[in-house]
Design a protein around this ligand. Structure first.
Ligand code: CO
Length: 133
């Protein structure tokens, strides 16, 4: 089901401030975009086969804004790339796992994504993204 660790999502108060830290560690921002449906602005910094995804809320009702209020800045989710997202979600639902999205929603990179419920991930928020290539 899983092809690779696509990215590690990190919730931040201020994108440029945290980006500067990772750039000082030797990474470079490859791209930035706003995902309107999720109320976030994201910056991707490749690191080997995977990427760091910095997530800054664009509104106070964004899930990332809620996370920052509750838990503070830090690791927010792991995203795994899968070949067939519909099949993966169907399989997980059939096995009884709680899903935030039963059907894929638009994510960053123009890809289809879905989140498992944190309860299903035993405290880890897991995102699945379809790898179209
Ligand atoms: Co993500």
């Amino acid at each position: 089901m899983i092809r690779k660790l696509d990215h590690i999502g990190i919730a931040v108060e201020a994108l440029d401030d945290v980006r500067a830290l990772y750039e000082d560690l030797g990474l470079r921002e490859a791209r930035r975009e706003e995902v309107a449906g999720q109320g976030v602005r994201v910056a991707f910094l490749p690191v080997g086969e995977t990427r760091i995804e910095l997530l800054e809320p664009t509104s106070s009702d964004s899930p990332i804004a809620a996370f920052l209020r509750k838990r503070g800045a830090g690791i927010h989710h792991l995203c795994f790339a899968v070949d067939d997202l519909d099949a993966a979600l169907e399989s997980l639902a059939r096995k009884g796992y709680r899903l935030i999205h039963r059907t894929p929603v638009p994510g960053a990179d123009g890809r289809r994504v879905a989140f498992l419920h944190p309860e299903a991930g035993r405290g880890v928020l897991i995102e699945l993204a379809e790898d179209g290539d």
